[in-house]
Design a binder for this molecule. Structure first.
Ligand code: SF4
Length: 274
């Protein structure tokens, strides 16, 4: 099965491929909508998703200059109001002053494009850039788990490749870039990853290898993951005959990020291209 020539990879689609090639194929190549809930109870998982989406919107509005007092009136509901308070009181400190929120970047990669949407890039031009990602996970992920996520590799890599517009027309050096995960439920325990030239080269090799591997797959049906725990929170369970019933939301744990993270429409990726 060949990919369309204009196919765009993202950290989400690459993560799906690494987790389960079949999920990647169903979701991104065949774009198959499958009517199944992701987690039980469905209304609670839907409500949680909406809270996460509202939080991202509030922070975005704050970053573009709306006053906190005005936005606080919209932070209603137990979780959202707590997250918002945590953000106002314990949000990331020491960030560079120039802020770009909800930025879309893309660059060519292995004959296709790689694209990403950033929650926030804080920049001191010529000096440094901090990528901030807001996470509304119920459990604090382990550093080792975060380090292995495609997001931790793709975001800094792509900022170096395609972020010169934020740095006076010059590419950021990898050492000038850092990635910060900030957790709404654990505001005092953010996680930082400092980038490096060695890491950049390693990521480039890895991402090119991954894209080449996917593009070269000829199977009509991509392999199903051998780790059936992944299927518990996957829309395609019944299609793959991996069970009918969704896993409980409170057991999703680190899987939450895979399945409950905000997604974005790849067709939106046109703003900043390299
Ligand atoms: S149900 Fe399991 S095998 Fe099927 S796409 Fe989802 S994760 Fe992959």
């Amino acid at each position: 099965m060949s990919l369309p020539a204009d196919f765009q990879f993202s950290q989400s689609s690459l993560q799906d491929y690494v987790d389960c090639p079949r999920r990647f194929q169903l979701r991104y190549v065949q774009q198959l909508a499958w009517p199944a809930i992701r987690a039980e109870p469905p209304l609670e998982s839907e409500r949680y998703l909406q809270q996460g989406s509202l939080f991202h919107r509030l922070v975005h509005q704050h970053m573009v200059g709306l006053p906190a007092a005005q936005l606080s009136r919209q932070a209603i509901g137990e979780e959202l109001s707590r997250w918002w308070r945590n953000y106002l009181e314990y949000g990331p400190s020491g960030l560079p002053q120039t802020r770009y929120a909800e930025v879309l970047l893309s660059a060519p990669l292995g004959g296709y494009r790689l694209a990403a949407r950033y929650d926030l890039i804080a920049v001191e031009a010529g000096e440094r850039a901090v990528i901030v990602d807001w996470k509304t996970l119920r459990q604090r992920p382990r550093r080792a788990w975060l380090a292995g996520r495609l997001q931790t590799r793709v975001y800094p890599y792509l900022l170096v490749r395609a972020g010169r517009e934020f740095n006076g027309g010059r590419e950021f050096m990898p050492e000038q870039v850092e990635m910060l995960y900030w957790f709404t439920e654990f505001p005092a325990a953010p996680e930082r990853f400092v980038y490096s030239a060695a890491r950049y080269q390693e990521d480039e090799r890895y991402l090119l290898g991954l894209v080449g591997e996917i593009a070269g797959l000829e199977a009509t049906v991509f392999p199903l993951t051998a780790d059936e725990r992944r299927c518990r929170f996957c829309h395609y369970r019944s299609l793959c005959r991996r069970g009918e019933k969704a896993g409980p939301l409170d057991e999703a744990g680190e899987a939450e990020d895979e399945e409950f993270g905000l997604t974005f429409d790849l067709e939106q990726i046109a703003e900043v291209e390299y």
